[in-house]
Design a protein around this ligand. Sequence first.
Ligand SMILES: [Zn+2]
Length: 331
Amino acid sequence: MREAPHLTFDLDAPGVSRGHLLVPGGADRGELSLPVFSLNKGEGPRLLVTGGNHGNELEGPLVARRLIEWLPEEQTCGRIIVVPVLNPLAVEAWSRNTPLDGLNLNRVFPGRADGSVTERIADAVSRVLLPTADTVFDLHSFGPTWHFPPAATTHPIADPDLMARTVRMAEAFNLPLTLVWEYNDTAGMFDILAQNQGKVFVCTEFGGGTVGADNLAIYEAGVRNALIALGLVEGKADYPTFRQQKSGQTLETHPCDDLRSPARGIFEPRCSVLDEVKQGDLIGILHPMDSISTESMDIRAPGTSFVLAIRSGVHVEINEGVALVAGPLKI
Ligand SMILES: [Zn+2]
């Protein structure tokens, strides 16, 4: 009989526990052990913090490790479970998807017990970890070749009460950007599974392609602010400084806000993230490299908006995303 996924320790034991989430083996490889930290201080919120869902987003695992260092001193109540790396195969390969089966962990939830390794990880997380929490923070980054401000994000949720509670939780990170992000490719996301079970789920995102000390400090401060808002640690929430500013704003973006390349070539950014632009303002220039007699093409703002994300340092194909804009939250 196939072994069921399980934790190697008792979650209800008081205080700190360190152990593993065992993901059973299958046809493609043997068992996987994901390191898990748990701190149980009795009554209070039940929080799950995960990183390394995508393997080329390394801020999350690093911030998760920092949490494990200071939570024993600072957590006052409730239970926090921290899993720094959900997908070790992808992290070790610095790859968004799992190299072994090519799957994106964040598109296969709730997973399959008899599936390939990525589906088995999702199955173990869905069945063993998710039921332990009423709030989930999944620590992502925007990934390489994009600039993206430090942000707490969610997606539109049909239940207005859960939507409001989720936006409030995301705003409590006090990051420069809180974003309600509507896009079409959401089937199989960890977020959707958790939200369908009525849980508050917030993703943090942070782009730039490299892991820097300043970025990590902002990211960690955001998570600490959220823990303070939940009442899990004591202290005063503050806005981390980003570009000499201490402030945040809440925006929404839709699939139509995705600006795409009119041709293949090198994209030159002409603005920065969180810049406010008016209709017709220059966002960037696409330089075709196949022929120097082909003129470079301006990419301009479709309307008054904020620049959320901007591509950099990469040759793009025609119709590939080069920028994402957003407006103030209306829902
Ligand atoms: Zn990600």
